[in-house]
Design a protein around this ligand. Structure first.
Ligand SMILES: [Zn+2]
Length: 61
């Protein structure tokens, strides 16, 4: 299955909403998301996630 993932802080996270990842990592702190940030988000196979916290939180919910 494909999910929006973001490659940031040397890990691949699961995007939870417009500001943060499943693990709580904030990839956006602006009111509006920058295009540069949006470009980092890609719909990729969930197995590509490398952030353990994201992966665990995702499976909990
Ligand atoms: Zn994460």
């Amino acid at each position: 299955m494909l999910y929006p993932l973001i490659n940031d802080a040397h890990k691949i996270h699961i995007v939870k909403d417009i500001n943060k990842c499943e693990c709580g990592y904030k990839f956006n702190s602006e009111i509006r998301v920058k295009r540069k940030t949006l470009r980092k988000i890609k719909f990729v196979d969930i197995r590509k996630v490398t952030c353990d916290k994201c992966f665990l939180n995702f499976h909990k919910s």
